[in-house]
Design a protein around this ligand. Structure first.
Ligand code: UDP
Ligand code: MG
Length: 323
């Protein structure tokens, strides 16, 4: 039977940690297979660390990865996935907005033959204007541009086969693109409807600005990761285009002045020439900088997006004590 690793990023969730454990433990015991829970403390400053230590003391199946700083949810997820040793990895939030009782169904779906199963919060319990509406738009746009039909890319409740999860390279805000990255690498993916609850304790770590970051990520993911082409090259081409336009408009301006003797003072064509030259140069230089940035990025990418201070309960001999 496949063993399970539950991966949960934790950033200032002091009230939620014991509740999460209380909700997870019975579900996992009920499933009657080997499991571990990896709680990744993403530089919490609110006493979460003490709560995590307490749990790790109490239960050796609780493994804690403690970061030296707040590196963000994607880094926390990446660390959890990298350190997991189960056959099936389940990712979820630490605030109990995801429901652990969905886990058995998701694992069953994987065992039907899928590599990745991602949740769809059909009854999402978040505010409409700043959360649900922007994410609806983002999901639509993401489906259109990536060719991966998805209703709820932002749902953190997922089940992934370990091999598939561990070959992903996650950075920035990219945990949201896990299903798409996996799909591009040939993973068989399925979407299942999952429960969702309002956050009862603590606060959300995100606001509206996240949507823009997600869209920016989409551009970089699509071009940088899939085609290994820098989105910055767009600037280069725009610069060339603008330069071409400048040459045409410039030639026309000179011709009008010299051949037809037209007074060019304040002529829109002259303005267009000047404008296109400026934009052309600017964008071309931006494109060069972008290109340089991309190359440097690929050069230094081996660095992990996180730094670990402590690992707890990872040293025990028996990797998977029975439930
Ligand atoms: N989180 C994290 N690092 C961060 C921000 C968030 O590990 O820098 C964790 C957080 O503790 C929670 C999960 O990521 O377990 C989702 O965060 P949140 O509930 O704030 O997001 P939302 O549900 O509002 O989308
Ligand atoms: Mg939440």
């Amino acid at each position: 039977m496949n063993s399970l690793s539950i991966v949960v990023p934790i950033y200032n969730e002091v009230e939620n940690i014991p509740r999460l454990y209380a909700a997870l433990a019975p579900v996992l015991k009920e499933m009657n297979r080997e499991y571990e829970v990896l709680l990744v403390d993403d530089g919490s400053t609110d006493g979460s660390k003490a709560e995590l230590d307490k749990l790790a003391q109490l239960d050796e199946r609780i493994k804690v990865v403690e970061f030296r700083n707040n590196f963000g949810q994607t880094a926390a997820m990446a660390a959890g996935l990298n350190h997991a040793s189960g056959d099936i990895l389940i990712t979820m939030d630490g605030d109990l907005q995801n429901d652990p009782t969905d886990i058995p169904m998701m694992v069953a779906k994987i065992e039907e033959g899928y590599d990745l199963v991602h949740g769809w919060r059909k009854n999402r319990q978040d505010t409409y204007i700043n959360r649900k509406l922007p994410s609806k738009l983002a999901n639509w746009l993401i489906s259109k541009t990536t060719g991966f039909p998805v209703n709820d890319i932002g749902c953190t409740l997922k089940a992934i086969r370990r091999e598939v999860a561990q070959e992903l390279e996650l950075f920035g805000d990219m945990h949201r693109f896990i299903p798409i990255l996996a799909y591009w690498r040939g993973a068989k993916c399925a979407e299942v409807v999952t429960k969702h609850h309002p956050r009862r304790y603590g606060e959300t770590k995100y606001g509206i600005s996240r949507t823009f970051k997600v869209l920016l990520d989409l551009i970089t993911v699509k071009y940088m990761i899939q085609y290994l082409v820098s989105p910055m090259r767009l600037f280069g081409s725009m610069g060339l285009l603008s330069g071409g336009l400048a040459a045409l408009a410039g030639a026309a301006t000179v011709a009008m002045k010299v051949i037809s003797g037209v007074d060019m003072t304040g002529n829109p064509l002259l303005l267009l020439t000047v404008f296109s030259v400026m934009v052309g140069i600017q964008f071309f230089v931006l494109g060069m900088i972008g290109e340089l940035g991309t190359r440097i990025y690929f050069e230094v990418r081996r660095t992990q997006p996180y730094a670990i201070r402590h690992l707890k309960n990872f040293d025990i001999q028996q990797k998977f004590p029975r439930a």
